[in-house]
Design a protein around this ligand. Structure first.
Ligand code: GLN
Length: 499
């Protein structure tokens, strides 16, 4: 195999192949990425770099391979969003509340990727407790977009997406509650998939909104995401929301033709639904144009486009921003300064210990959400807000069911615009509104992915645009197949930022 001078130029699949053939050792691969992480420290993508344990893990992987261990991901580097707890490295969820916190166990997703032989390089930056869409809510500083340092990387998995885009690591984990894998993947020009709710274990994922949180991979290609997701997914008896279905077989499906498909038209027979409401007012022209060109590419591959309707799309924003804060206010009550996390140095009594610890430990957006969540759950408001939001959530899921009677996948934009400037959106509502296209699939528990399809225009010429694909429950293989066939025919996923 032809190796580039710098192995960080290889995607995950190629890195795995280079390890398999012996063209590269895991130590070489890990060292090259660690050097690149150090050289790009100004991006702010990592909160912790596990240099010594990574090199130790790489040496162990090389020794295992020499002894005949042939696991596909053995010795391949990975990074974890700092919302996953990890043994031996701090787990902060981007919050001062958990600054320096050491977990006694690994999250199931972390353990599974470790069991597959992957080497963890470190923990990536994120919005505090995964609340945000720009990574600016991190207590440890923002992340720059590798394509344009003046831009946000998206959020809340901004560190993971920026790290993959900048070739600091071939793949990273993320979590998506209302878009936090899809939106940063789109803004950083990489590929990400949020699986069906329940496919990946939430054990050891620091909870934001438990009925929405879902783990997934961010990598350069659909192929790489499929490799990672196969290893991450699967039933976990220790997570009561984990679904007991057979672990998905994804890689085998990527190149398998659809029933009606042929070599040149591998997507023949695939009906892609375009929700009328996702191509209406509020969508920036440059994003719409890149998305439409990608849809034209998909039709050239044989897919058929059909118009569908998701009439309750706009209601996803108020419904989500009631349900998610409600669950957050409950989940975050565990941070009381007593059991774990930050403890205030000064307190007169137990109540002021709680109050001071929480006042000092949480940042402003987290406090805002706790206040909203507590309010909507309180006596007298529960029926008016929380219960109504849950009803809307059901109607949104019903809208998807109706749409999927007419199509196999749904496609549209990930976000209304390309990445905005760091510091530009100070109004929290402006941030919430930009989640409009990602929230519906989250509320319905559906799998969704983001695929790079171009760049913005004018001031956004260097800012990537993503196409969102949404599938029916457990439709990951169908999503990844379509994305992989698109990537075989296009080169957006091969582009890399300068430097
Ligand atoms: N932007 C959304 C929020 O702030 C989604 C975040 C996420 O998916 N974790 O809640």
């Amino acid at each position: 195999m032809n190796l580039p001078a710098d192995p960080t130029a290889l995607d995950l699949r190629a890195q795995a192949e280079a390890l398999r053939t012996g063209a590269l050792s895991s130590v070489e691969l890990v060292q090259a990425h660690l050097e690149r992480i150090n050289a790009h420290a100004d991006l702010g993508a990592f909160l912790h770099v596990a240099t010594d344990t990574a090199l130790g893990g790489a040496r162990a992987a090389d020794a295992a391979r020499a002894a005949g261990d042939a696991r596909a991901l053995l010795g391949v580097p990975v990074a974890h969003k700092d919302v996953f707890v990890t043994v031996g490295m701090p787990s902060t969820a981007g919050s001062n509340m958990l600054s320096g916190y050491m977990s006694p166990f690994d999250a199931t997703v972390v353990r599974r990727l470790g069991d597959a032989g992957m080497v963890t390089l470190g923990k990536t930056n994120m919005d505090e407790f995964a609340m945000g869409s720009s990574n600016e809510n991190s207590a440890f500083g923002p992340v720059s977009n590798p394509w344009d340092r003046a831009a946000i990387p998206g959020g809340s998995s901004g560190g993971s997406a920026a790290a993959v885009a900048a070739r600091l690591v071939p793949a990273a984990t993320g979590t998506d509650t209302g878009g936090s894998i899809r939106q940063p993947a789109a803004m950083c020009g990489v590929t990400g998939i949020k699986p069906t709710y329940g496919l990946c274990s939430r054990l050891g994922m620091i909870a934001y909104a438990s009925s929405l949180d879902q783990a997934g991979p961010i990598a350069r290609t659909a192929w790489d995401c499929a490799m990672l997701l196969e290893a991450m997914a699967g039933f976990d008896p220790e997570d009561s929301t984990s679904v007991n279905v057979p672990a998905p077989k994804l890689l085998g499906a990527l190149d398998a033709p659809l029933a009606g498909g042929t070599g040149a038209r591998p997507l023949r027979g695939l009906r892609i639904g375009l929700p009328r409401e996702w191509f209406a007012d509020g969508l920036a022209d440059d994003v719409a144009e890149a998305v439409r060109e990608a849809l034209a590419d998909l039709t050239r591959l044989g897919a058929e486009l059909v118009e569908v309707s998701l009439p309750r799309t706009e209601l996803a924003i108020p419904a989500y921003y009631i349900v998610a804060p409600a669950e957050a206010s409950s989940n975050l009550s565990r941070f009381d300064g007593v059991r774990y996390g930050h403890r205030a140095a000064h307190a007169q009594d137990l109540a002021s210990l709680y109050a001071n610890s929480r006042a000092e430990g949480f940042g402003p957006e987290v406090k805002r959400r706790i206040l909203i969540g507590t309010y909507v759950l309180s006596h007298g408001y529960y029926d008016a807000y929380y219960l109504q939001a849950q009803r809307i959530r059901r109607l949104i899921a019903d809208d998807f069911s109706a749409a999927f009677a007419q199509c196999d996948l749904i496609a549209g934009p990930v976000a209304p615009t390309a990445a905005w400037d760091l510091g530009a959106k100070v109004d929290p509502l402006a941030n919430y509104l930009a989640d409009i296209y990602t929230l519906p699939a989250s509320l319905a528990g559906l799998p969704g992915m983001s695929v790079p399809v171009g760049f913005g225009r004018d001031a956004n010429t260097h800012r990537p645009v993503g196409l969102q694909l949404v599938g029916p429950h457990f439709g990951e293989a169908r999503l990844l197949h379509a994305a992989h066939q698109f990537q075989r025919a296009t080169d957006w996923h091969l582009r890399a930022p300068q430097s």
